[in-house]
Design a protein around this ligand. Sequence first.
Ligand code: ADP
Length: 230
Amino acid sequence: MTPDPILRVRDLAKDFTLHNRSGARIAALDSVSFDVRAGECLVLAGPSGAGKSTLLRCVYGNYLASRGSIRVDGTEIVGADHRTILALRRTRVGYVSQFLRAVPRVPAREVVAEPLLARGETRDAAFERADSLLDALGIPSALRGLPPATFSGGEQQRVDLARGFAAAFPLMLLDEPTSALDAANRRRVVALLEDAKRRGCAVVGVFHDEDIAAAVGTRRHPLEPVRRAA
Ligand code: ADP
């Protein structure tokens, strides 16, 4: 029997209201449906403006979808209260974007360990896991005690990826998480994603780099810009 999908999206639509344009509405997503199961990596494809980032933000609960349904492990996201969204983010779903979230003054190792500490893991276990991810992503030990704010864009992006994958969530949402990486580091990220898929993580990703998409993607979901006002 096929297992239930970890992510189930049905007839999803998102319109934006432009308050600075007399409340004009534009449609960013219309009738999007797909399932993603454990161990799959769905690549969102399509030109700029097709709604790829908007879709990931709807799934993570940053944007409220206008219509349709998004279920993560059976829990409905559309219209869910803040507490439900935060609980899902603590236990089920991770999100890594191209925009670096450098927390001031907190050392890299702690930035990575934090999601595990928040889930009640011991400091030893959390820091051991942080070190193994930072090793896998090639962040030298000399940097780990320093805050990522001073790191290069590529180093910050790898710290963000390590943090995103620390808690081994069943669903990972990736929005161009490799845009600042060189070839050697992109290979490290491919290895990280392969590992996550092997342990049953479901991934939905937008990848800047076609080679990464081809290497890690198990399916593509094409999106086209919605060419109409909402
Ligand atoms: P992609 O990630 O595929 O490039 P986006 O999801 O960024 O596409 O954008 C899809 C459409 O939604 C675009 O027309 C964009 O201008 C619009 N859009 C995205 N975010 C907002 C927002 N916060 N407010 C208004 N319009 C937005």
